[in-house]
Design a protein around this ligand. Structure first.
Ligand code: ATR
Length: 264
């Protein structure tokens, strides 16, 4: 039986097994999908097991999306440009790194009917998922992307990949149409100490976090009367793209899919 896994650290919170196993069953595919917590020194051997096809393929989550790259044979253009891999496939003896976070985010925004063309976007955070957000936003032809991160150096490092982003000191605000929380603030109910009260109308507050469903950041956006969205749709669509890469089947996404993830 084919075996798929998601690797990360921590990994307990991951809902990928639940979703992938649901789709495997629905499509009558004889395979399993599990999660495993790895330490950085274990990555190389783990990937070797995919090369030997003891493991059929895997998803990669925080903090290993970049760590896995040296052990792969090829990268998709998206994974190459973002230096971020969240899905590994085996293709005729080659290990290929893909980035399906980009398509996941793109699908999530499309479903919202909130046009970002020519708009200004502010991103809070500079961690693993941010290059994928920038890549997708640039494809949508946004006018300006501003990154604000507690550790400014990490935001500046993103300029190596994307030279036209703006950087803002942590704690400051700029004008934007969409603000994205890509920090881990909110996972444990933390607030983000920014005053969003004097924005214009028609703003979008987006949180990459989907568990809890409504972070303090989204609660604040809602209270101020703005449109809000959590990261669940992005999560589902990045998983769908990974499923397609491994099984060549597009799994169904409907209300049951989202309900499945609500139970947690
Ligand atoms: P990684 O940084 O390992 O990729 P991540 O979960 O993808 O991990 O990113 C965590 C993000 O949340 C980072 O942008 C981090 O800021 P730093 O780069 O300064 O660490 C941000 N973050 C975490 N705790 C924070 C806090 N208390 N205040 C502000 N930002 C925080």
């Amino acid at each position: 039986m084919k075996k798929y896994l998601v690797i990360g650290n921590p990994i307990d919170h991951s809902l990928s097994p639940k979703l992938q196993n649901w789709w495997l069953k629905e499509n009558k595919i004889d395979a399993t999908y599990d999660k495993i917590k790895l330490e950085v020194h274990e990555i190389k051997n783990f990937i070797q097991e995919i090369k030997e096809q003891k493991i059929a393929g895997c998803n990669v989550t925080v903090p290993f999306k970049k760590t896995v790259i040296p052990f792969l044979d090829r990268l998709s253009p998206e994974a190459e440009q973002t230096q971020s891999v969240n899905t590994i496939t085996y293709d005729n003896g080659d290990l290929v790194g893909h980035n399906t976070d980009i398509a996941g985010f793109d699908s999530a925004i499309k479903k919202l009917n909130f046009s970002l063309k020519g708009k200004k976007v502010m991103i809070l955070g500079a961690g693993g998922v941010v290059p994928s957000l920038i890549f997708a936003l640039q494809k949508m032809n946004v006018q300006e992307i501003t990154i604000s991160n507690r550790t400014k150096e990490k935001a500046e490092n993103l300029r190596v990949l994307f030279n036209n982003i703006k950087i803002l000191e942590w704690g400051k605000l700029t004008d934007f149409h969409m603000v994205i929380n890509a920090t881990s603030l909110g996972l444990n109910n933390e607030k983000i100490n920014l005053n969003f009260s004097s924005l214009g109308n028609d703003r979008l507050f987006y949180d990459v976090i989907y568990n809890p469903q409504e972070t303090q950041f989204l609660k604040m956006g809602k209270q101020l009367g703005y449109k809000t969205e959590n990261g669940k749709t992005m999560f589902v669509y990045q998983a769908m793209e990974a499923f397609k890469l491994w099984h060549r089947i597009e799994p169904k996404v409907n209300t049951d899919t989202f309900k499945l993830l609500d139970n947690d």
